[in-house]
Write a protein that binds this ligand. Structure first.
Ligand SMILES: CC(C)(COP(=O)(O)OP(=O)(O)OC[C@H]1O[C@@H](n2cnc3c(N)ncnc32)[C@H](O)[C@@H]1OP(=O)(O)O)[C@@H](O)C(=O)NCCC(=O)NCCSC(=O)C[C@H](O)C(=O)O
Ligand SMILES: [Mg+2]
Length: 267
């Protein structure tokens, strides 16, 4: 994968031909073609075939991953077989509860994006993120809410400890981390608020379920004009060590962060 983390990762059901086609023209940084929860059990074979055809035809300019079914399911082995020889950027593994769950996909030789979506996974996230095959963690907050037996519609503040644990584990392991999906596809303001919150919490990007979420997500995770100007001023003013800059103390880590933001802005 390229150096920069994808900001927007759009799930595209492998069983939805129109969505696979439409994804060509969307500005998502990464497509995640889904063979898991979006695909009914009796359509898994069709979805694998459609996924292979779509990936073989290609998605120019986009990174492409496939989410396979989880370890211990009846579907995973056939999913892994279906990935053979495809030009993928990553494989998304759902419901990774322990590093043992990574084993079946290791032979693919592709970066793994491990989904953290159970209480057990929250406690194992540090080990999972430290695994050399893992390139990033993805929060699976629908499943986590279910596993936690949260009432339907509960604010995600109820999962704040778990969400921060995912970011902490990813940073400790030096890998990317991506926020969970926002289910209310018609709630534009709600999506924007949650995407902004995800960035504030330290996520690199957000997983998405609908084309309408792509552009707002890219905007939420891109440096703003104001941030770019502030970073340029900070870098220009930096002399090394602690100093006063525009009414606050800055040190070397602030300069490093400003340089990283500018590099991200240049793409
Ligand atoms: C959520 C949806 C089922 C909504 O479907 P629908 O009401 O049919 O959508 P629209 O009519 O508004 O669609 C408009 C057009 O956009 C295309 N479309 C829709 N979704 C996608 C998509 N994801 N990628 C590409 N294109 C898409 C439609 O085909 C329409 O096209 P056109 O004909 O030109 O008008 C649907 O959006 C959907 O299925 N989304 C993805 C669902 C999914 O993948 N779910 C699994 C991943 S989320 C998850 O598992 C969470 C995690 O594991 C956790 O635990 O939290
Ligand atoms: Mg899930």
């Amino acid at each position: 994968m390229t150096d920069f983390a994808p900001r927007s990762l759009l799930y595209v059901p492998g069983s939805n031909a129109r969505a696979l086609e439409k994804a060509q023209a969307l500005a998502a940084d990464m497509l995640i073609i889904d063979l898991e929860d979006a695909v009914p059990a009796d359509r898994k074979d069709d979805a694998r075939a459609a996924m292979r055809a779509a990936v073989t035809a290609g998605y120019p300019g986009k990174r492409v991953a496939v989410r396979i079914n989880g370890a211990g399911t009846a579907h995973q082995a056939a999913d892994i077989d279906a990935l053979a020889g495809l030009p993928l950027d990553a494989v998304v593994l759902p419901k990774v509860d322990a590093i043992a769950d990574l084993a079946p996909a290791r032979g693919l030789g592709l970066p793994l994006l491990a989904m953290i979506e159970t209480p057990a996974a929250i406690y194992a996230a540090r080990d999972i993120a430290a695994d050399p095959g893992v390139a990033g963690l993805i929060a699976g907050l629908n499943d986590l809410a279910h596993e936690l037996k949260l009432p339907d519609g509960t604010d995600r503040d109820a999962m704040s400890h778990a969400i921060q644990a995912i970011v902490l584990a990813a940073r400790a392991g030096g890998v990317w981390c991506f926020d969970g999906v926002y289910n209310a596809i018609d709630d534009v303001a709600g999506f924007a608020a949650e995407a902004a919150e995800g960035r504030r919490l330290g996520f690199d990007g957000k997983t998405l379920i609908h084309p309408s979420q792509v552009d707002p997500c890219n905007a939420a995770f891109a440096p703003t004009v104001r941030e770019i100007a502030a970073a340029e001023a900070l870098v220009a003013a930096a002399t090394g060590g602690a100093q006063r800059h525009e009414g606050r103390m800055i040190e070397d880590m602030h300069v490093a962060a400003a340089r990283a933001l500018l590099a991200r802005a240049r793409g």
